[in-house]
Design a protein around this ligand. Structure first.
Ligand code: DGP
Length: 116
């Protein structure tokens, strides 16, 4: 059984967060440390620690994450100019919170993808 992270508490509304969207599969909230004018995290409600742990049964939630990101990009007014979607995995991917999440980042020109 994977260990819960702060994101499970946000999903259950046990700690505050700027939640923009929630349904039976996913939750979206603003990143506490935004790297751009728009920086939203879209997470599955189910605890999946990393993308290595994804199974076929998760495909509905993972697809929902994309459609919710698309909706939020439109709501935030960044759809036309564009944005970036990022998922980090494990140490080399720079993952800090072990509950998979999609970063939706935009609101300025982000430049080429940097691999540091
Ligand atoms: P990653 O490096 O991909 O695991 O990104 C984790 C992100 O989670 C990071 O951008 C900061 C954000 N984050 C961490 N703790 C909290 C929190 O308690 N609330 C919110 N809203 N965001 C958090």
């Amino acid at each position: 059984m994977a260990e819960e992270t702060i994101f499970s508490k946000i999903i259950r509304k046990e700690i505050p967060a700027d939640v923009l969207y929630q349904d039976e599969l996913v939750t979206a909230f603003r990143d506490i440390n935004p790297r751009a004018p728009v920086h939203i995290l879209v997470v599955p409600n189910k605890l999946i620690p990393t993308t290595n742990d994804v199974v076929a049964d998760d495909e509905l939630a993972l697809g929902r994450m994309i459609t919710v990101a698309k909706k939020l990009a439109a709501d935030e007014g960044i759809a036309e100019d564009g944005y970036r979607i990022i998922m980090n995995c494990n140490q080399h991917g720079g993952q800090e919170v072990y509950h998979i999440h999609m970063h939706l980042v935009g609101g300025r020109a982000l430049g080429p993808m940097v691999i540091g």
